[in-house]
Design a protein around this ligand. Structure first.
Ligand code: ZN
Length: 231
């Protein structure tokens, strides 16, 4: 069975095998000698050697590491979306798409009902994830910015896990990846704090970790929890 293409322009592929149905994200990396796969919550991120040419096509590339990735994904089944249910905040939530002129979503008897005009389920689910991650992050960003004595940063979202979270000092913006919506909801506090510590420290120096530990003394335990989502 060969991998199927959704969109090569966005550098995204879908790997399907049995009931495994996972999105692959590609990134060229100058450091990569061969294809390296990182898997978080059923999403696959691939670092590929920068000299690799796109004209060769992704299919051959996927073949190189396919077996390894499928094995890792089998251990992460609980995070992989199905045709009728998505992984949301650590649970598999059944969903339904309803045609409507305006976009909205709600939970009705444990079912996620997504309404909108587009009919593109993938896009609608992505929008739900973006709204959910903002709703979860916003009160925490505000709370911790106040405690740490800074102006409350703005919040943006990004797809995939290019970075799970990212602080942009120039614009004073924290970006959160939709991948967070696959983890337990309380995990987000760890990332909020980590990013806000970057307001004071550019890198992951000892000083950074001192600040982190001041506000979150058990941050190493949280880190371990995050690692448990990665294979
Ligand atoms: Zn950092």
């Amino acid at each position: 069975m060969s991998p199927q293409t959704r969109s090569s322009r966005r550098r995204e592929y879908w790997l399907r095998e049995g009931d495994i149905n996972a999105r692959l994200h590609f990134r060229k990396s100058s450091g990569a000698k061969r294809v390296l796969a990182t898997i978080i919550c059923g999403e696959v991120w691939l670092s590929i050697p920068s000299k690799w040419s796109e004209s060769k096509g992704y299919a051959g590339l996927v073949g190189e590491f396919r077996a390894e990735v499928v094995k890792a994904l089998e251990r992460q089944r609980e995070y992989i979306d199905r045709d009728d249910a998505i992984c949301l905040w650590g649970n598999l939530v059944p969903y339904r798409i309803v045609a409507a002129p305006r976009k909205s979503y709600s939970f009705v008897d444990g079912v996620l009902v997504i309404s909108g005009p587009s009919g593109d389920a993938e896009k609608m689910i992505d929008e739900v994830r973006r709204k959910e991650v903002v709703a979860a992050a916003a009160p925490l960003v505000e709370k911790w910015a106040n405690i740490m004595g800074m102006r409350v940063p703005s919040i943006k979202t990004q797809g995939s896990f290019r970075a799970v979270a990212q602080y942009n000092r120039r614009d004073h913006v924290v970006k959160f990846s939709t991948i967070l919506t696959r983890m337990d909801r309380d995990m987000i506090e760890f990332f909020v704090l980590h990013e806000l510590c970057h307001y004071f420290h550019f890198n992951h120096s000892a000083a950074f970790y001192n600040t982190f530990a001041k506000y979150m003394p058990d941050h190493r335990e949280w880190r371990k929890r995050f690692i448990s989502y990665c294979k």
